[in-house]
Design a protein around this ligand. Structure first.
Ligand code: SAM
Length: 256
């Protein structure tokens, strides 16, 4: 079977849809506008693509799927680079903002409302699958990584950015990560952050194994260091912490 059936979404996808639809705020709208207007940059510290090369160099004519696209600024950057993006997101509210940004900036591409673990597109439809804290953080890797493999053509690239495992291990229920290991790493995957949603953080070893078992060759794992004098609008990471330890990571893998 090429295309996944639209079965009932799993419990975590229902919870995350509720969370993202409910937590939408005007702040997301203004952040989305800033992101759409800007050149490509990445993560908590808005590191420019020139310093943190997340997107492949040559996007021209490439079919791309953004898994958990949110307000879809990454897809907009891909479209501006000559690629042909499709965005999928679980939250209608996020997609409404993405759609408003498309109209405002005159950049148009398909937006799908659904679970990035079961994308209604045929196998081998894309050259690039990308997620910046979307599926990479909010979908079960044992579902979304094999789904990305299904969607990609042979030789296609999977690129995703997520929080580091070290950050997750040091994260208290509230406030920024400290210097104490607060959680057990062995067996870690789904995390309940107490806000009704479910995050996922599969540690490095099991993630490498999953990528290989799904038909990928790992090409890079970039541990992101906060730039000097960095600031961040997010309260769960202190920039000084992220100068010393990686708070985010960028994974790059190629479909065999
Ligand atoms: C932090 S945002 C990242 C997206 C984008 N980079 C942005 O900042 O707008 C996380 C997104 O993942 C989406 N998401 C969560 N679970 C999902 C799922 N199962 N399938 C597709 N998208 C999902 C949320 O709705 C949200 O828009």
């Amino acid at each position: 079977m090429d295309e996944p059936q639209n079965d009932e979404p799993p419990e975590h996808a229902r919870r995350n849809r509720e969370l993202w639809d409910a937590s939408y705020s005007a702040w997301f709208g203004s952040l989305a506008r800033d992101q759409w207007a800007a050149d490509p940059h990445w993560g908590l510290f808005a590191i420019p693509q020139t310093e943190l090369p997340v997107l492949p160099d040559d996007l021209a004519g490439r079919d791309a799927i953004e898994l958990g696209c949110g307000t879809a600024y990454v897809s907009a950057w891909i479209a501006r680079g000559g690629g042909r993006p499709v965005g999928i997101d679980n939250s209608e509210r996020q997609l409404a903002t993405a759609s408003a940004m498309q109209a405002e900036f005159g950049v148009s591409f398909p937006l799908l409302h659904g679970n990035a673990e079961a994308v209604p597109r045929p196998a081998a439809s894309f050259d690039l699958a990308i997620s910046e804290h979307g599926a990479a953080s909010w979908c079960d890797p044992y579902r979304w990584i094999p789904e990305a493999a299904r969607l990609l053509r042979p030789g296609g690239e999977l690129v995703f950015m997520r929080n580091s495992t070290l950050l997750a291990l040091c994260q208290p229920p509230e406030g920024p990560a400290g210097t104490e290991l607060l959680h057990q790493q062995f067996g870690m995957n789904a995390l309940d952050n107490g806000d009704g949603g479910v995050n996922f953080q599969l540690p490095t070893g099991p993630m490498i194994r999953l990528l290989r078992e799904s038909g990928f060759v790992l090409e890079d794992l970039i541990e992101v260091q906060a730039p000097q004098n960095a600031t961040s609008p997010y309260d769960y990471v202190d920039p000084a912490w992220a100068r010393q330890w990686p708070c985010e990571e960028v994974w790059k893998a190629r479909r065999v």
